[in-house]
Design a protein around this ligand. Structure first.
Ligand code: RUB
Length: 308
């Protein structure tokens, strides 16, 4: 079978042409859907094993955002146990489309639920570029709330530039700052809102590198720290003791190694914010304290985990 299209999506995810946990998950579901639609063989068993292989190629693209394996598993689970090629194809297409539709709907719900936490006059700090966090901010703004946003650059890949531009395009007052200015500005901030790549069973949030420093500064200044995340960003394996792998990306993203002979350059892409520094997590099903992450996991993934 031809894995070209699946490999192309995986490579776009690895190169961050497709980035952000929600978009990564949606594009993986889309890739499996297209793979199933293009499948030409007649053996159901072969189809299933090739789908599993396509799923593995996608899952291996980036390690930290659990939305990626969660999306792939959601689609593959629907295909498993089906006996005919056409039945498998239909199941994959339906599950992938269902995942994408639910993901988009969840973003809208998170916006509505989260906007209730924002009031007129708030100065909101955000980090990186999160669709979920932006959904809360833009919904509050569209409701007529008079808000301002401070966006960090988010070195080394500057996803904060995307955030600042997206907010400015919508007419939302936004200020761009360097990451190291967070503590200086925290005095002016009312609320911090960030997204998540993975949420562990103990409520720890894994998000873009620098998030945990921002949480510390918010904690020191007694500023509310909120996380906006769909339930498919909760990491099922952390319920049974697994640690979330933190991606370390090429050093070239930080600086040109040739200009620094003898210098080691490190580039971890994500960090872990402990639950103690998080006030609440906004999901499409409602607002929870980080300590309730385990309940979300049991509700979403309980049955699957029994097989582990
Ligand atoms: C993106 C990042 C985002 C989360 C949530 O990192 O850390 O905050 O993925 O985003 P990268 P969203 O740019 O390395 O993928 O809410 O859009 O899913």
């Amino acid at each position: 079978m031809n894995y070209e299209l699946v490999k192309e999506t995986a490579s776009k995810i690895a190169r961050m042409e497709i980035r952000g946990a929600a978009k990564i998950a949606q594009s993986a579901a889309q890739a499996l859907r297209d793979f199933a639609l293009n499948y030409q063989g007649e053996s159901a068993a072969k189809f299933l094993s090739e789908l599993e292989k396509a799923g593995t190629i996608l899952k291996e693209a980036r390690p930290t955002a659990v939305s990626l394996p969660n999306a792939v598993n959601y689609v593959l689970l629907a295909a498993r146990g089906k006996g005919e090629v056409e039945e498998i194809r239909r199941a994959v297409v339906n599950a992938a489309e269902d995942f994408i539709a639910r993901s988009k709907k969840a973003l809208g719900r998170i916006g509505e639920i989260g906007a209730r936490r924002i009031k007129s006059g708030d100065i909101i700090l955000t980090h990186c570029n999160s669709q979920a966090a932006l959904s809360v901010i833009t919904t509050a703004f569209r409701q007529g709330k008079d808000i301002e946003v401070i966006a960090t650059e988010s070195r080394p890949r500057y996803q904060g530039h995307i955030t600042a531009r997206q907010l400015a395009e919508q007419g939302i007052p936004v200020t761009l700052i360097v990451d190291s200015a967070v503590r200086t500005f925290m005095k002016e901030v009312d609320k911090v809102i960030v997204g998540a790549d993975s949420i562990a069973a103990n409520g720890a949030v894994i998000n873009k590198i620098g998030t945990s420093q921002i949480a510390l500064a918010a904690h020191e200044a007694r500023v509310v720290f909120m996380v906006a995340a769909e339930t498919y960003k909760f990491h099922p394996k952390t319920l049974i003791g697994a640690l979330v792998e933190i991606e370390e990306r090429p050093s070239e993203e930080v600086a040109n190694p040739e200009e620094f002979p003898g210098v080691k350059i490190r580039n971890p892409a994500f960090d872990v914010t402990p639950p103690e520094y998080i006030d609440l997590i906004i999901t499409e099903k409602g607002v929870i304290p980080p300590q309730a992450a385990i309940m979300v996991l049991k509700e979403e993934f309980g049955l699957e985990l029994e097989k582990e």
